[in-house]
Design a protein around this ligand. Structure first.
Ligand SMILES: O=C1O[C@H](COP(=O)(O)O)[C@@H](O)[C@H](O)[C@H]1O
Length: 697
């Protein structure tokens, strides 16, 4: 930061050297604002933001004031974020909101790092031979698998490459025949970015020597993205592996570490190189300091092949159990350094939530004994401790989901309705006396409301709820067909409540390509997923368990977080899906544009968790917000905001029963203000009403 902005511009435009006026003329008006909000009150900060917004020239704003920065950097076209840190200025690729998110994650990770480094305790077990090490690790793994499968119906295990791959064979003995392989979910702590059939691929090595021998479902084996692997795209592979992990966290297949939001695997089996590297974290490489990402990449690995992806240290150390196996004298020096707390070696930083145990053979432990020989009591305490102690202390399992709450592919739906691709306007009439109120009719009493929103609104009234459910199924199936054809995906959002029952006919439609569905919730109660109040459970029991939507496409709330953190987490998940093009963004609002939102309405006219008179109805920035004072229990919830709901391509508002006739009338005839009256859609809003619900129209 030696240069002034004007000098900087002069450097960029050397032709104007020495003539600051000319630079200004060339670039238009130019202003430098250094911490302009010091001592200003809120109103004045807003006034300053207005002034900067209206300023026609360029402005370099140096500030710590997030309110001001948020205001002046709203328009991505007109502004750039540069971060001043550690004596350098770096361009930040993203919006200010994204920068804030990154900071939050860094802070979380830092807090977490601080807590684990304070609490690093290495245990060690030394065995006569490498074979003994392998057998002991197999026994430990078997016991943990049994424990986790029993407690939560899953076992998430992270493997590494190297010799470990051979040791896994020890699990293939009759003693361990009752291993519940179908419940295993297998990951790699690091991977070489080479084609998956390359001899250097950790995946291929594990497949050949172990995975091909055990009945772990292929869908539970998480290799790196094969296209990135084939193309040698390390960055892409890291991004996609991180996405994959986040999806599994959302589905509760992977737990999260306390409130940090970091994934917590049940067991990791690790190895160390002679230089002290673990995973693909090498001494002196900056990746060891990575705190924000879950997965990072390198293109200059000192050990070949050069391109690799790797879990970051916070992820590695969040695991419940870490077993580090090291055999052979080549590693003995590094082992000694680790146990002397030489943190230049990445492996010295290994920790775990419950236990981090080093499994050493005598050769690997040989220098360690020499270097520690001065402490004979210490020596006695570590020498040949019982090699296969199974951990007795209870671990920190925070969540236990019965098997029936997982998103495993269900049985094939029974064909009942077969819906061909027809426009939503030509849906087959179901009830003889079904009335269709056009927008003109429903608005008869509000002739002045001829706005754009009203033109996109349709009201359908059905004799019975049964007829409504049939029509809703066809409407949804048609849209599914249209979007799957147009863009290869269909993003669907549901509410909780009575709506779910009205989706019962949808599971019978045999023409739907469920594999392309991406399934979200417009609101969720902050309760465990197996709780009776959970909107996830409601949808799972009545819908998701009956259709083969891929579990990775079901985006449930992270129920181990507080309401606020869960809302942030869900919003982050949506932002990632936008980046990966699963989710579109509305051109006009910049908010995510879901293909279809299926909403219910409460008797007070609330939609999602947006209640009458609640300030959250006016939220204009957030995508997902938290509420801790919901008038309808449970009080803690997360909800999509109106800008998100109203940016949807299609919204179906499904309301049944006379108890809701009044708010229906208030919303449609605009005779009162209820949240449901504020719902709109970018392409079409359809109200699906049964007769009783429409009785006051
Ligand atoms: O609490 C909620 O209520 C509404 C309406 O539920 P309903 O049973 O009266 O239809 C629902 O749409 C929302 O998702 C839910 O969390």
């Amino acid at each position: 930061m030696e240069e002034t902005p004007v000098h900087y511009l002069l450097r960029l435009h050397p032709d104007q050297e020495g003539d600051q006026k000319a630079v200004r003329a060339k670039l238009g008006k130019f202003g430098l604002q250094d911490e302009p909000t010091n001592h200003l009150d809120m109103q004045t900060i807003d006034a300053l933001a207005d002034a900067l917004d209206g300023f026609k020239g360029g402005v370099v704003l140096v500030s710590h004031d997030s309110r001001l920065i948020s205001r002046v950097c709203q328009d991505e076209e007109k502004s750039e974020i540069w971060v001043v840190k550690d004596g350098t200025v770096t361009f930040f690729q993203g919006t200010f909101e994204e920068y804030k998110e990154e900071l939050k994650r860094e802070i979380k990770a830092e807090n977490h790092m601080a807590s684990y480094s304070a609490n690093t305790k290495r245990e060690k077990k030394v065995f006569d031979t490498e074979d003994d090490v392998a057998k002991a690790m197999a026994e430990y793994t078997f016991n943990l698998s049994k424990k986790f499968c029993k407690k939560r119906g899953y076992f998430t295990i992270v493997l590494s490459g190297g010799d470990l791959v051979l040791w896994l064979k020890k699990l293939l003995v009759p003693e361990y025949a009752d291993t519940e392989w179908s419940k295993w979910h297998v990951f790699w702590v690091d991977e070489r970015v080479v084609p998956l059939d390359d001899k250097d691929s950790n995946y291929k090595q594990t497949l050949d020597s172990f995975l091909s021998e055990v009945p772990i479902p292929t869908s539970n084996i998480y290799a790196i993205d094969q296209n990135c692997a084939a193309l040698g795209d390390a960055k892409g592979a890291a991004i996609l592996y991180e996405e994959c992990i986040k999806r599994l966290v959302n589905q509760n297949i992977i737990r999260t570490y306390k409130s940090s939001g970091f994934p917590q695997f049940d067991l990791q089996l690790l190895g160390m190189g002679p230089d002290g590297h673990m995973a693909s974290l090498f001494p002196g490489h900056y990746q060891i300091k990575e705190k924000a990402s879950l997965v990072t990449y390198i293109t200059n690995s000192p050990k070949l092949p050069p391109k690799r992806i790797t879990f970051t240290l916070p992820v590695i150390n969040c695991a419940s159990y870490n077993l580090m196996a090291v055999c052979g004298e080549a590693q003995a020096d590094a082992v000694a350094k680790v146990f002397n707390d030489d943190f230049n070696l990445p492996s010295a930083r290994l920790s775990a939530d419950t236990q981090a145990i080093w499994y050493l053979d005598k050769a690997a432990a040989s220098h360690f004994f020499v270097s520690m020989a001065s402490s004979s009591s210490f020596l006695r305490s570590i020498l040949f401790s019982s090699p296969t102690n199974f951990p007795s202390r209870s671990d920190s399992l925070s969540s236990f989901f019965p098997k029936n709450l997982t998103c495993s592919p269900p049985s094939t739906p029974s064909p009942l309705l077969s819906v061909s691709s027809i426009g939503s306007r030509s849906i087959r009439r179901v009830g003889d006396s079904r009335r269709k109120l056009s927008e003109a009719r429903s608005m008869a009493t509000t002739a002045s409301q001829t706005g754009k929103e009203e033109n996109k609104k349709r009201v359908e009234i059905f004799d019975t709820e049964e007829n409504l459910a049939i029509d809703l199924a066809k409407y949804t199936a048609d849209l599914s067909d249209k979007f799957c054809k147009e863009r290869g995906a269909f993003t669907v959002v549901v509410s909780g409540g009575s709506l779910i029952k009205s989706l019962r006919k949808l599971v019978e439609v045999d023409s739907i390509d469920w594999s392309r569905w991406h399934f979200f919730w417009v609101d969720e109660r902050v309760v465990p997923k197996h709780h009776e109040d959970s909107n996830y459970k409601l949808a799972y029991d009545n819908f998701l368990s009956k259709v083969p939507i891929p579990p990775g496409n079901v985006y449930a709330i992270n129920d181990s977080l507080s309401a606020e953190a869960a809302a942030d987490d869900y919003e982050t998940c949506l932002k990632h899906l936008v980046k990966t093009n699963v989710l579109r963004v509305s051109d006009s609002t910049g908010f995510p544009k879901f293909d279809l939102m299926l909403l219910g309405m409460g008797p007070d006219g609330h939609v999602a968790s947006l209640f009458p008179g609640h300030g959250l109805c006016n939220e204009s920035k957030k995508w997902v917000a938290s509420i801790t004072d919901s008038p309808k229990p449970p009080s803690e919830r997360i909800t999509f905001t109106f800008p998100v709901i109203n940016s949807s391509a299609h919204v179906a508002l499904v309301v049944c029963g006379s108890g809701k006739a009044e708010p229906v009338q208030m919303a449609l005839n605009k005779t009162g203000s209820v949240p449901a009256g504020s719902v709109s859609a970018e392409e079409e809003l359809v109200w699906f009403l049964d007769k009783p619900a429409s009785s006051k129209l």
